[in-house]
Design a protein. Structure first.
Length: 271
């Protein structure tokens, strides 16, 4: 043991890291550790105090912000596709609104396009159906007219309900007319004129004996009335296309609930 102690002391003296200038490399300073630990304690205390002072609403918002940011920065493919199609629909509808106002490229033809749209309005068709029903003397004619009246009333109610649910505005800021307010056709989706002419054309093609030229003219009339609503800036393209689809579905509904001749006679007698 006495011989080993001088040897260990000699090794310590020969070790370069034991010199005074290298002591800081081997042993961290106590002051730095204390300052760091005190700084961490102060920061944790400050964070705890801030968390206690913050309201529960702010805590929930701070927890929701990262998730909301992720949702905005990483939208789904369906959302991107839907927004892209919607932008294309609005852009094309604005381009095709050539009669939206007097200053448009086809502004001089606006009155004629409006007159074409009146041929597909619900009020003239209901009034004409009632007049024909009063003057009709055959059971078959009264049966067709009563079911046509039912189809027109269903069209007004269904389109008005769908428009109230969607509440979509048209591509241009155009106020509805008086006839539109009477039939509650105040919003853009779906297009009431388009659904009505689609239902009427399909109804006449199924229940009236028409020559081929008249059938072609009937289909062309329905298409022209539908897209005339885009030209005057009242509806989007998708509003008119969806109106055609809903008009066909309304025709199928009327076929399912078709009133027989006896039912029609009973309703006429009550009226």
């Amino acid at each position: 043991m006495p011989a080993s102690q001088p040897r260990s002391r000699a090794r310590d003296r020969n070790n370069v890291l034991n010199r005074a200038e290298f002591l800081s490399l081997n042993q961290p300073l106590k002051g730095n550790q204390e300052s760091r630990s005190s700084g961490r304690k102060q920061s944790s205390q400050a964070g705890a105090a801030g968390a206690q002072n913050s309201n529960p609403k702010e805590r929930r918002q701070s927890q929701q912000l990262p998730e909301e940011d992720c949702m905005q920065l990483n939208p789904s493919f369906k959302g991107i596709a839907f927004n892209s199609l919607l932008a294309i629909d609005i852009c094309m509808s604005k381009r095709l609104g050539v009669c939206a106002n007097r200053a448009s490229s086809w502004g001089g033809a606006r009155s004629m396009i409006n007159l074409l749209g009146i041929t597909g309005h619900g009020i003239p068709w209901i009034a004409g159906t009632l007049i024909c029903l009063v003057k009709s003397s055959t059971l078959a004619g009264q049966e067709v007219l009563m079911n046509l009246l039912l189809a027109l009333l269903l069209d007004i109610m269904i389109v008005a309900g769908l428009q109230k649910l969607a509440k979509r505005k048209g591509p241009y800021d155009i106020n509805p007319g008086l006839l539109d307010y009477l039939t509650m056709d105040t919003y853009a989706f779906p297009a009431g004129h388009a659904s009505r002419v689609a239902m009427l054309s399909k109804f006449f093609l199924n229940h009236l004996v028409l020559a081929i030229p008249l059938r072609i003219l009937l289909v062309l009339w329905a298409l022209c009335v539908g897209f005339s609503r885009v030209m005057i800036g009242r509806h989007h393209i998708t509003d008119v296309l969806s109106g055609f689809v809903f008009g066909y579905l309304q025709f199928r509904l009327v076929e399912l609930i078709w009133m027989s001749s006896n039912t029609c006679q009973m309703l006429i007698s009550i009226w």
